[in-house]
Design a protein around this ligand. Structure first.
Ligand code: GDP
Length: 140
C-alpha cells in the first residue's frame, strides 16, 4: 500500500447541518490525516467544471444546483491507501445502500445530498486536489 492524497468535499447538506466536525472525526479515527482544508462557496461555473465528467447525466443540473446551495469544505486527506480508504469510510453513493457506520449511512439525506465527495482514482485525486489547492496549502 502506498501513502496517498485524496480530495474530499463536505457537501452543502452537511455544512448546513453543522456536521463538519463529526465527519472529520470519522476520517481521523479511521487513520486519515486532514492535511489541507478550506470552506468555500462554489460558483455555478466552478461546480459545473468540477463535475464536468457528469455533464451528460440527467442529474447534472440538480447536482450543480445542490453543490452551490451552501458552503462546502474542501479537504486533502492523507494516509495509506487513502483513496480507497476514504471511499470505504464514505459508503455507497445512495445512502440506502451504504454500509452501516459509513458517513453516508449516518448522515446523507438522499442519493444527491449525500454529505461527502471523495476522489475515485489516483488520476482524479491529483486533478481534483489541484482544482482546489496549491502545493503550498497542503501540509502533511
Ligand atoms: P460518488 O463517486 O459516490 O460521489 O458518485 P458519482 O461520481 O457517481 O456521482 C457524483 C455525485 O452525483 C454523487 O455523489 C451524488 O451527489 C450525485 N448523484 C449520483 N447519482 C445520482 C442520481 O442518480 N441522482 C441524483 N439526483 N444525484 C446523483
Amino acid at each position: 500500500m502506498a501513502r496517498q492524497h485524496t480530495l474530499s468535499i463536505i457537501k452543502p447538506d452537511a455544512t448546513r447541518r453543522n456536521l463538519t466536525g463529526q465527519i472529520n472525526a470519522k476520517f481521523e479515527s479511521a487513520g486519515l490525516r486532514i492535511v489541507a482544508q478550506k470552506r468555500l462557496q462554489l460558483t455555478q461555473a466552478q461546480a459545473e467544471a468540477f463535475y464536468a465528467v457528469h455533464s451528460a447525466r440527467p442529474f447534472f443540473a440538480g447536482l450543480v444546483a445542490f453543490m452551490i446551495s451552501g458552503p462546502v469544505v474542501a479537504q486533502v486527506l492523507e494516509g495509506e491507501d487513502a483513496i480507497a480508504r476514504n471511499r470505504a469510510i464514505m459508503g455507497a453513493t445512495d445512502p440506502k445502500k451504504a454500509e452501516p457506520g459509513t458517513i453516508r449511512a449516518a448522515f446523507a439525506e438522499d442519493i444527491e445530498a449525500n454529505s461527502v465527495h471523495g476522489s475515485d482514482s489516483v488520476e482524479t485525486a491529483a486533478a481534483e486536489i489541484a482544482f482546489f489547492f496549491s502545493g503550498l496549502e497542503i501540509v502533511g
